[in-house]
Design a protein around this ligand. Sequence first.
Ligand code: BES
Ligand code: MN
Length: 461
Amino acid sequence: MSDLTQVLARIDDGLYDSLERLFELLRIRSISADPAFRADCRSAAEWCAGALKGAGFEASVRDTIGHPMVVGHYRGAGDGAPHVLFYGHYDVQPVDPIALWNRDPFDPAVVEVDGEKRILARGASDDKGQLMTFVEAARAWMEVSGRLPVNVSVLLEGEEESASPSLLPFITANAEELKADAALVCDTNMWDRQTPAIATQLRGLLYEEVFLEAASHDLHSGYYGNAARNPIHVLVDLLARLRDPQGKVTLPGFYDGVPEVTAEQKRQWGTLGFDEKAFLGDIGLSIPAGETDHTVLEQVWARPSLEVNGIVGGYTGEGAKTVIPAKASAKVSFRLVGEQDPDRIRDAFRSFVRAQVPADCKVSFASHGGDGAVTLPVDSPFVEKAKRALSEEWGKEAVLIAMGGSIPIVSQFKRQLGMDSVLVGFSLEDDRIHSPNEKYNLKSFHGGMRSWARILDALGR
Ligand code: BES
Ligand code: MN
């Protein structure tokens, strides 16, 4: 029996032990955005370092100005063998609104729904379940054969869900240690339940917050209505002007660097059989809201977007209160594609806002990060090998897809380390990542472990 066959059998036999280890990680409340969970983030980092040691890596928790990084190394494949860097993140999104969860988000369980076993917990899919597919695959390799087929370093981050403030300093300071022939990133999804996928495009993200202040304090709307400037009105007027009725963003220069969708992309994406109606139907919608001259798949994969993520101001409690608020604010983000430059778009956004705000209204901004889009090779030997391994595992040809989301590290790997990433993940569109009742199918977890076992084998050949 080949090593790989034995490793796969080991993964099958050990599925419930692997699941138990994943549950331990899922019980840790590592919400990176909320300072109240700082100690939990550290616990999760320590747990991950322990798991890596258990899988045969040399591993350590590294302090940063924010949440710690976890770094592991295995060099046993020798100097001639390829060297890959695996990346995942142990932090999770906040759980609110908590009332909408069917069970405690940090008390994981496997529940059967529609004949499908699902792991329920915050982070089950994004990204604890995903990162554990790799750690468990490595563990199975070590247990069965005492070795990994290639040299492997691991970087697990604890700030991915909160704009990764420590990432750039950490990568630059540890460039020599982290640089490998390619990065393997497990934070994306399959095309559908049967079809494995490699993502070769990610959108970038620019995230801004805008604060408006008008009168010196909240006012009675009878005394002052009409005469006093209402900052909520100013805010919604300017937000409305950011987008035209055809779904285009109106900021000057916004579309600089946005490539046309190529004929090859149209052809390749056409073969995927994307169902616009089902895509929107699954979330209770029916009418695409983006640029009217683009298909839904193009809107989410290949076109930039503007979204208001939150808006705050005035009286929102029970009943009526006749008030003109003194303040209003909004969180606004842009998904970027191609060569769109986050710094230039930030400047354009701020100038646009300043120009619309009347003189006796004060405006200020906060930045929550800005990263450009990434385009990855579609035909490197790493992609080819991963593609073949995935196709063998799932019994169906793996497809190359784009991804509307962002993974800040991928552009940093490219820019700081000159390293391309291979994005392989096993999440599904209906995993409800970032939402209440997040889940990861047991099949994703099991098939994910088996896939990595095969990919490691293929990379060693
Ligand atoms: N796993 C997601 C990225 C993702 C989203 C992949 C959708 C595939 C489909 C990742 O954890 C994430 O949510 N990233 C953030 C980054 C941001 C906070 C800088 C995102 O895209 O909003
Ligand atoms: Mn993620």
